[in-house]
Design a protein around this ligand. Structure first.
Ligand code: ZN
Length: 591
């Protein structure tokens, strides 16, 4: 039986009283805020710098309250999801947000309609310096903003364009006929959740049955899924053409303010490093002693039972030691997080599962939710989430409100830097050969799934979008063929590319958000390069890294990474990450 929340010691729970002492305070602020949402007095007046200043600072004030109210309701709800009081607070604040964004919807079009010289004068205006990057982006996006009427027509299509994603979600969550398989005499349904578990089974026949059964469900609906995905790609092409982008890829990159060369660097570097993946596959085949390695043999652990079963306090101390290369200040801050109620540690009845870090500008510090269990993976989770928290902490501390929230492109960098640093520390200081082997395989699997696999997805997306952009038809057969080719290219000749794997594209929900997955790859590449740099260069690298941690969204994410010495417009950072994979592979083979 799980413990109830009131049975947990106070030092293992987060302290939300620094946000609101009680729900009464929350309601009081909510009522005040409801009366502050009328921005109509600024409509039609954004051509004047002083009015703009007034309008944007008032926006910040309102945003301050919204964040505070939102984050409190969200975290309170996660403490015990059975408690409907906080479900209600969450929907109250969400409704108010919808109202506010509709009240302020005039702003972006009005700014966009201003002549460049006016916008440039805003950028140069010291009073408006908190908003300079926002105005730069508005100027940059101008060629892709259409006439008022056309924008209205496109806005009306929002729900229609989202339809393909919604259809896939329904297929994926409700309609897939997952079969049952026999596991040690018991019938087990191969659902999404069970699939991941079964593919790690030490019993190979279970893995094979699970793999075939899972794909059978997708194959049985493949005509519907194909039509849905083709519709989604056509929608991407339509919208990118309507907005006068060169391609769907350009549209996605420009929206995030990412230089297109980053994307081609990624694809080229990963392709050049594929022999390393092939070597990893060969090692796996040798260790498992199979004549033929199959796609269902790729997730089974190579090293078993190497769990460090540490109590939370010991795990936290270990994480701190692992992160010591980041300097004394960082260590002190981690301790503060531990001592002052930033972290909610234990699993309790009704608590939201998993782990996350959350923080907004208007609360004193970020928070971390854990459901700590005594496994090695969970120790890495502590390091990971604290990485997010420290990124948020520094960006909120050193940036103005308008530039504090970092973009998705860089969101997984700080968390992964921490994981890599902890891994390096454990590799260096452990004498346990089994644990070392485990750590090597943990790291290699992280790189294989986050770096290589996501790049393979990115290549697939690129191929299918380019086909449609060139006026070629897309069919389930040519998508299957393209995917199978990629799978063979990525995994090499030492694994059998089973027939089912050609359909893997059909089960990836992220494909309904075009050109999103490559960010996982560039994120881990940046993190590995930063961690390697911190290890080899020490203090200078740490100083640079703190500049990045403190940079929020003050510039293009590619520029911000340069602060940490990582230039993704060059190949060097990519090569450093591949080298790190190669070194681990060497070490693993030696062990
Ligand atoms: Zn994360």
């Amino acid at each position: 039986m799980l413990k109830e929340r009131n049975e947990i010691a106070g030092n293992l729970k987060w302290d939300l009283s620094v946000i609101f002492k009680n729900d009464g305070e929350w309601n009081k602020l909510f009522n005040e805020l409801s009366g502050k949402l009328d921005f109509s007095k600024y409509e039609g007046k954004l051509g004047n710098a002083d009015t703009v200043y007034e309008c944007l600072t008032e926006m910040d004030k309102v945003g301050w309250d919204f964040q505070k109210l939102g984050v409190y309701a969200f975290m309170k709800h996660d403490e015990d999801t059975r408690n409907s009081v906080y479900t209600a607070l969450n929907s109250k604040i969400e409704n108010l947000e919808v109202q506010f964004s509709s009240n302020t919807a005039f702003m972006t079009p009005e700014f966009t309609a201003l002549p460049d010289e006016v916008l440039n004068s805003y950028i140069a205006n010291p009073k408006l310096k908190d908003y300079d990057y926002m105005f730069k982006c508005i100027i940059k996006d101008k060629p892709h903003v259409l006439s008022k009427e056309t924008e209205e027509v496109l806005a009306m299509g929002g729900q229609v364009f989202g339809g393909f994603h919604d259809i896939f979600v329904m297929i994926d969550n409700a309609d897939l006929p997952f079969p049952e398989i026999d596991v040690n005499g018991e019938k087990v349904k191969v659902s999404h959740g069970m699939y991941g578990v079964l593919l790690q089974s030490p019993d190979r026949s279970v893995r094979e049955k699970a793999f075939k059964a899972y794909y059978k469900a997708f194959i049985s609906l493949i005509n519907t899924i194909s039509a849905t995905y083709i519709g989604s790609v056509n929608k991407d092409v339509y919208l990118s053409k309507a907005r006068k982008y060169k391609s769907c890829l350009d549209a996605a990159l420009e929206t995030e303010d990412v230089n297109p060369i980053v994307y081609s660097n990624l694809l080229e570097s990963v392709n050049a490093a594929l022999p390393l993946v092939h070597r990893y596959v060969k090692d796996r085949k040798d260790i498992l002693k199979y004549d033929e390695l199959h796609m269902y043999d790729i997730y089974t652990p190579l090293v078993e039972n190497a769990d460090m079963q540490l109590e939370y306090e010991d795990a936290f101390k270990l994480v701190k030691k692992g992160l010591a290369p980041l300097g004394e200040e960082y260590g002190k801050l981690l301790q503060k997080a531990h001592d002052e109620g930033w972290i909610d540690v234990e699993e309790t009845a009704g608590k939201r599962s998993g782990a996350y870090s959350i923080g907004v500008y208007s609360i004193p510090h970020p928070y971390v939710l854990l459901n700590y269990q005594k496994t090695t993976n969970e120790i890495f989770t502590i390091a990971h989430e604290l990485g997010h928290a420290m990124h948020t902490y520094h960006s909120n501390k050193y940036q103005p409100q308008a530039k504090s929230d970092y973009k998705i492109f860089v969101a997984e960098v700080a968390s992964t830097v921490n994981e890599v640093l902890l891994l390096k520390y454990l590799m260096k200081n452990s004498t346990d050969k089994k644990l070392k082997k485990y750590l090597c395989s943990y790291y290699m699997d992280m790189i294989r799934t986050t770096l290589f696999r996501q790049t393979m997805f990115a290549e697939f997306e690129y191929e299918v979008h380019t086909k449609v952009e060139n006026g070629e038809p897309l069919t389930k057969d040519n998508m299957n063929a393209a995917y199978l080719e990629l799978n063979k290219k990525y995994y090499g000749n030492d694994i059998v590319s089973d027939d089912e794997i050609a359909y893997e594209w059909a089960r990836i929900p992220h494909f309904y958000r075009a050109f999103y997955v490559y960010k996982y790859s560039t994120g881990i590449i940046s993190a590995i390069s930063i961690a390697e740099r911190i290890y080899s260069e020490g203090e200078t690298a740490v100083k640079d890294y703190f500049k990045f941690l403190s940079s929020g969204s003050s510039d293009s994410p590619v520029e911000l990474l340069k602060l940490a010495g990582i230039d993704l417009t060059q190949k060097k950072a990519f090569e450093a990450a591949m080298k790190s994979f190669e070194n681990t592979l060497d070490e693993f083979e030696k062990l």
